[in-house]
Design a protein around this ligand. Structure first.
Ligand SMILES: NC(=O)c1ccc[n+]([C@@H]2O[C@H](COP(=O)([O-])OP(=O)(O)OC[C@H]3O[C@@H](n4cnc5c(N)ncnc54)[C@H](OP(=O)(O)O)[C@@H]3O)[C@@H](O)[C@H]2O)c1
Length: 382
């Protein structure tokens, strides 16, 4: 039996994780859950799975959650400390870290500190704190298992050779809803168009990140830390069908790819059962039905956010944290229709240009850079 802590239980990854736990009650126990605002759904999950701990990050919803859970036997917590406690509950074997945004870093680090394995969906954990997180993972001897479909694919392909035999990794990108469009077209796109992802069904922030290719940039930085490769050895190729989830090129010229249905339950389950593979409820893929697989170079001029992400990764220090935080606020502003889609890369670039570089940052430095980037973008709107 594996005891699971699930942060971001009410989100897209969280709900897929719950489906897997429901399917395998003889393998998994959901011990603790957390989310930010959706207290009603969180309460429903807490009751269904009879969790030990339920935490709501936004303290404003604590009373509502408590009232909804009257007669509940577990502990009800609130605030970031509550979320951290849910992540680090005694007896938890694996934390599914599926919070959206920078808020994922601290509870994930706390769980690593406690020796808990991590199934990592939250990209910002490694983008912001890659160096610190990896150091802690090594020190504590925990497993850091990727949930992101591209990183899960690479993790699986890597098992075909030694790390020293890897030449490069190739992350595939669907290209999002605006693939093939030019800069001029991107000036006019609406929120509804940007939220309409062609192949994946995901939360709103990551869907916009897929439309700008920020998502791919975050994945490049994440891959750099997870697999220890230089940015020159991490390529991105646009593959609109999203059938090939990513590839590894070995030194002998062999390219090993992982393919599958576009359903996050596959990589989530693999992270939960690794190194075992078990049946899923996901329908298998028919290559004959897919019939056509295409690949193309990303357009770095129209989708400047990808180039900026590589730049931030290469600068190192606090630059990836600045990139990620500036983007988080820019996406919020776009989703509330305060800025245009085409302004997202401009704001990120401005933040990167103006940020104060810092090598080997501490957690405090990262938090400062994160806060600075958010304020910088917000102040630009006044
Ligand atoms: N969706 C995908 O297919 C996919 C694929 C690969 C990687 N990822 C990554 O996985 C993460 C989650 O993505 P998603 O699509 O599942 O996002 P989502 O649907 O927007 O859900 C986000 C979840 O995080 C919770 N949350 C937000 N702030 C929190 C906080 N401070 N403490 C605790 N919980 C908090 C939300 O709670 P409320 O609902 O209560 O507000 C919600 O449960 C992101 O980093 C994303 O990049 C997602």
């Amino acid at each position: 039996m594996k005891n699971i802590a699930l942060l971001g239980a009410t989100g897209s990854i969280g709900l897929s994780t719950l489906d897997i736990i429901r399917q395998y009650p003889d393998r998994f126990i959901l011990s603790s859950i957390a989310s930010a605002n959706n207290w009603l759904m969180l309460a429903k999950i807490a009751k269904e799975f009879r969790v030990e701990v339920v935490a709501i990050a936004n303290e404003e919803h604590y009373e509502n959650l408590k009232n909804e859970l009257s007669g509940f036997n577990g502990r009800i917590l609130a605030g970031s400390e509550g979320v951290e406690e849910a992540a680090c509950l005694d007896g938890v074997d694996i934390l599914v870290s599926a919070v959206v945004g920078a808020a994922g870093l601290f509870p994930t680090l706390a769980a690593i500190d406690k020796g808990i394995d991590i199934a990592l969906a939250n990209k910002e954990t490694l983008v912001m704190g890659g160096e610190i997180v990896l150091r802690k993972v090594k020190e504590k001897g925990v497993r850091l298992l990727p949930v992101d479909s591209e990183h899960s694919a690479i993790f699986q392909c890597m098992q075909c050779g030694k790390v020293s035999e890897v030449k490069k990794i190739i992350l595939t990108a669907s290209g999002g809803p605006f693939r093939g469009k030019d800069k001029k077209f991107l000036q006019t796109v609406t929120k509804t168009e940007a939220l309409n992802h062609p192949t994946w069904d995901m939360g709103p922030k990551i869907t916009i990140d897929s439309a700008t290719l920020v998502n791919k940039a975050l994945e490049v930085i994440e891959a750099h830390w997870l697999f220890g490769l230089d940015y020159d050895n991490i390529d991105v190729v646009v593959h609109p069908q999203s059938v090939v989830h990513s590839l590894v090129e070995f030194v002998d010229g062999s390219n090993i790819a992982q393919l599958g249905t576009t359903d996050m339950k596959i990589p989530i389950q693999y992270a939960l059962t690794y190194p075992e593979r078990i049946n899923t409820s996901v329908q298998g893929m028919s290559l004959a039905e897919v019939s056509n697989l295409t690949f193309e170079k990303p357009d770095l001029e129209a989708f400047r956010c990808l180039a900026l992400g590589y730049e931030a990764g290469r600068i190192r220090g606090v630059a990836p944290a600045v990139y990620s935080a500036a983007n988080e606020i820019a996406v919020e502003l776009f989703l509330t229709e305060k800025i245009k889609f085409a302004e997202i890369p401009i704001l990120i670039e401005n933040a990167l240009e103006k940020h104060e570089a810092k090598n080997n940052p501490s957690l405090d430095d990262l938090c400062y850079a994160d806060r600075w980037a958010r304020d910088f973008i917000l102040n630009k709107q006044k």
